[in-house]
Design a protein around this ligand. Structure first.
Ligand SMILES: [Mn+2]
Length: 426
């Protein structure tokens, strides 16, 4: 489903007067305090976040799953859904595929479809956390860390196949997340499991094309509850360093124990030039995969403070691969993703407002009160007119959720695809 550009323009007509008023006021205020509003808007417009192919249907929990109707049941339909989000927000110009759920049948056609929506293929994700039909070996007791050679080889082969598929689509990176670990003390030899994982990753790394990156994701627990082989950023960094220059750590906001200082992790990794990928979501207790910014927006802002600092100061760190890694249980997934994109842009815009010179001076003078005032002055600024302006200038809509509802997109998708279609991989 394609929304006509004229529909977008008509939709913006209702909102433009009110938007202009609030934008002009904010732009004036910011300019008067020495901020370069055009530069901020250009950065917001440039910022693109990948949508993973598994986020477009109802995720469900281990207790149940409640469908929305009109869910995409093929890779083509998933790309179409991201196309809708991108058309409205101009912020979702990339898709992250999960193999084997999303193996294209016709590569040329898939590439053409994506480019018709202005969508590129971001990192490809391997899957060794569940057994595939007809698989010879089982991942029940781990994949890259498994005690069995045959299981490890199968998992390595799978990752290499994922790289091959990604290459055909124009991807430039692979994300490896392992569910490997143990549920009970004594079940695993920690050292052997880590050593096996390092050796397996090295074999995958060897097959990595020169212009590719490998992202190593970590997670402290779940689905294994006693130990996880790649449990934290330090372990991930250790493994990445063991592989080589093209291997990086990936931070997923939900993959930390409660109250972890994620912004400090970001700062440390960027200083080392080793932060490669970033997965957005929000959480209250664990890997809750809730809408970005719905629970801890201030923490997200503090993380963006470090990301912006790193992007400006750590030229040894590559451009990051941004992705939303969330699950949608009680909201329309497309609306949920639009809300997440808005929250990401908001945190980014606020971080761009921080007066870095002033903050540095206050830090040098140990003026703790001033430091907090500078951060919170940026945080308390209502930056939404900047985001709307960036979207509007890029050809998107001023108010994406309103437009999504006004265009009645979910009902149109249900009409097109029916009420029982289920997104593959879920
Ligand atoms: Mn993730």
């Amino acid at each position: 489903m394609i929304i006509e550009q004229s529909q977008i323009q008509d939709n913006n007509k209702k909102d433009i007067t009110k938007h202009k008023e609030s934008f002009d006021f904010l732009a004036n205020t910011l300019s008067n305090s020495g901020r370069n509003v055009d530069a901020i808007i250009a950065k917001l417009a440039d910022f693109q976040v990948a949508i993973p192919s598994w986020a477009l249907g109802a995720g469900g929990t281990r207790f149940g799953r409640f469908s929305y109707g009109g869910e995409p049941s093929s890779l083509e339909e998933k790309i179409d859904d991201i196309g809708i989000i991108h058309q409205l927000t101009q912020t979702a110009g990339a898709i992250s595929l999960h193999i084997p759920w999303d193996i294209p049948k016709d590569y040329k056609a898939i590439k053409e479809l994506a480019s018709s929506h202005n969508i590129i293929f971001d990192a490809v994700n391997s899957n060794t956390f569940q057994d595939q039909a007809n698989a010879k070996e089982s991942y029940k007791f781990g994949s890259l860390s498994n005690v069995s050679n045959a299981v490890r080889d199968q998992a390595i082969e799978h990752n290499i196949e994922v790289i091959d598929i990604g290459e055909k689509l124009g991807s430039k990176s692979i994300t490896v997340w392992l569910a490997d670990g143990s549920n009970f003390p004594g079940q695993n030899n920690f050292q052997l499991a880590l050593q096996n994982t390092q050796n397996s990753l090295k074999k995958i790394y060897k097959k990595l094309p020169d212009d590719w990156k490998m992202f190593i994701e970590y997670k402290p627990y779940e689905p294994n509850f006693y130990s996880t082989v790649i449990r934290d950023w330090g372990t991930s960094l250790l493994l990445a360093n063991g592989c080589g220059d093209k291997a990086y750590t990936l931070v997923d906001l939900g993959h930390h124990l409660p109250n972890t200082n994620i912004e400090q992790i970001v700062a440390t990794l960027m200083m080392q030039g080793k932060l490669g990928g970033f997965h957005f979501n929000d959480s209250k207790y664990g890997d809750d995969d809730l809408t970005v910014g719905s629970i801890k927006p201030y923490a997200l802002f503090l993380i963006f403070n470090e990301l912006v600092y790193g992007m400006e100061n750590n030229k040894n760190n590559p451009d990051l691969a941004w992705m939303i890694d969330a699950s949608h249980n009680v909201k329309d997934p497309l609306e949920d993703l639009i809300q997440s994109l808005e929250a990401i842009q908001e945190a980014y815009a606020k971080a761009l407002l921080i007066d870095r010179q002033l903050l540095k001076m206050a830090q040098q003078n140990n003026d703790v009160v001033k430091c907090q005032e500078i951060l919170q002055d940026a945080y308390r600024t209502d930056v939404r007119p900047l985001i709307k302006q960036a979207r509007y200038q890029s050809g998107g809509v001023i108010n994406p959720i309103n437009a999504y509802r006004y265009f009645d997109i979910r009902n149109k998708l249900i009409k097109e695809r029916g009420t029982t279609s289920v997104a593959t991989g879920l």
